[in-house]
Design a protein. Sequence first.
Length: 363
Amino acid sequence: MLLLTAACGGGGTDAKSADGPIAVEASDDACKVAKSTANTGNVTFEVTNKGTKVTEFYLYAEGDRILGEVENIGPGLTRRLIVEVTEAGKLQTACKPGMKGDGIRADFTVSGEGRKSTDDNAKLAEATAGYKRFVNSQADSLLTKTTEFVDAVKAGKAEDAKALYPIARTYWERIEPVAESFGDLDPKIDAREDGLEPGQEFTGYHRLEKDLWTTGLQADSAKIADQLLTDVKEIADKAKGVELTPVQLANGAKELLDEVATGKVTGEEDRYSHADLYDFRANVDGSQAAISALRPVIAEKDAALATSLDEKFKALDALLESHRKGDGFKLYTDLTPDEVKALAAAVDALGEPISRVAEVVSK
């Protein structure tokens, strides 16, 4: 992401770039990046986890703006990250053993004349423009619905706030990769209590979720709600200024599926309200929006991949819709183990073709 982020799967043909893949050896106490320089264009990293902890790898611009990331790299696994870097400058790489903290960082310099892939390809340009329109509309709705949610919390209308909670989060979850790229705003808005860094205050949606469903509204709930709205206003404004690249769209689509696999389908995300299927649906919507924007390019370069994506999205959509209840969804706790297993399998099936999109688009 010069703003969307995430990983491509391992293997396959290298994306076209002035430089080949840069090997990254991550361990529990080191992050060895084979090169500290690259040319503008598509920069590809091959990240191998030789440690004992699950790790992440990031490429940061100034101000800790995330240009690219790959998460959930288990011990012994290798994951690929492609980032389209359109401007020369000083960047940083980082490995995060245990997926926490600021990471083990090193300087990384990109040089050369900046040029965007959309400059010479009308289909790619339309894809990014179309997706940006989607992001803008979701950012507007995020602000509107979060304002309604915050107003209900501050008025002490717990039942109204409970009804608004999953609706407001729908718009957040659809554009989460964009939102995650802005430094510490994402953890302030969306951190779970068990994912807090040392000294980090529990704030945002999930703190209010706990107040509403578990402890009852607290003396500081109104203050937490005000801060949430302030942070969401900032995110919504910044999201509209994002300049996206086609690779970032592809990476973001994969990241949203990873979010489903690691949080929503496990029931960990909305552990107090059990509204996980709303978030699940929203993540899939966001992923599908990015892929739909890129579909003309995907179909032109790899028709079989386009067909596979269509089929896998259709299957997952049908499965999700079978768990509708009224205007919303069943509680996660109402799902049977077999239903959870079927959802997880459908996500995995879709994750495989989506992991190939960034590489196809970058060719």
